[in-house]
Design a protein around this ligand. Sequence first.
Ligand code: NCD
Length: 304
Amino acid sequence: MRHLMSPLDLSRAELEQLMDLADDIKLHPDVYSEKCHGKKLATCFYEPSTRTRLSFEAAMLNLGGSVLGFSSADSSSAAKGESVSDTIRVISSYADICAMRHPKEGAPLVASQRSLIPVINAGDGGHQHPTQTLTDLFTIRSLRGEIKDLTIGLCGDLKFGRTVHSLINALVRYPGIKFVLISPEELRVPEYIREDVLDKNGFEYKEVDSLDNVMGELDILYMTRVQRERFFNEEDYIRLKDFFILTKEKMHLAKKDMMVLHPLPRVNEIAVDVDDDPRAMYFEQARNGVFIRMALILTLLELV
Ligand code: NCD
């Protein structure tokens, strides 16, 4: 039985297989509409979510399966003090696969160790978010044909943004990728990502605090929200929240085919008028999240 805690749980070849499957699902959804008949997905979300939870649920429903679950810690027995280990042990007898989001880093991993069904990490604190990374890789591959020779700007809250951590982890395995890490000093990527992932792999990257100065170099701009819920005090959040705002005017500085991605939700960091720019791909990215999650569910349930 396999779980998904980090994008590194999948080899490069497995990632390609998963994306090939997602491509096929996107083209021929009818072929897959009954593949999970009789199977159940449990969504155990101890933290707010719109896209991740609903795209998992849509994915399972599109496969002909059913879903059950909870969408906040308050509405589960966590409010009574139950551990994730006990919760998953019980849910193992109600469902066939589980997607879990938790504010504590490592909680889905702890759950997976007690689980009798595959567990997918749907975001654990400021740590990892592997299915967002699958969505991001799938979107890049769909738009560029392959993931290769790209300068990728990661902008915003690189300290607490788990989507950024997972994406860096995954992308260091692809050829010709360069990172431009764009953040205020206080929100730089954590040291463990710099040392254990980037430096250890001899990876090319630079850290800057101006978006305008690097805009013209980028093939992909991955914007992120300042992660308010992970700040220790509101003053710091207020000071940093509008540090970078991508506007229509700024888009003039970018390459004609630069792609703008964002895991969403957006707060202020992308002005709404950027949405009409054909380079704004974040809504397409969110749509892709359903196909890649369908491919993941089929793979972990060994139905392909
Ligand atoms: C992200 C997350 O939850 O980490 N959202 C998502 O799953 N698409 C990004 C965020 O909340 O900023």
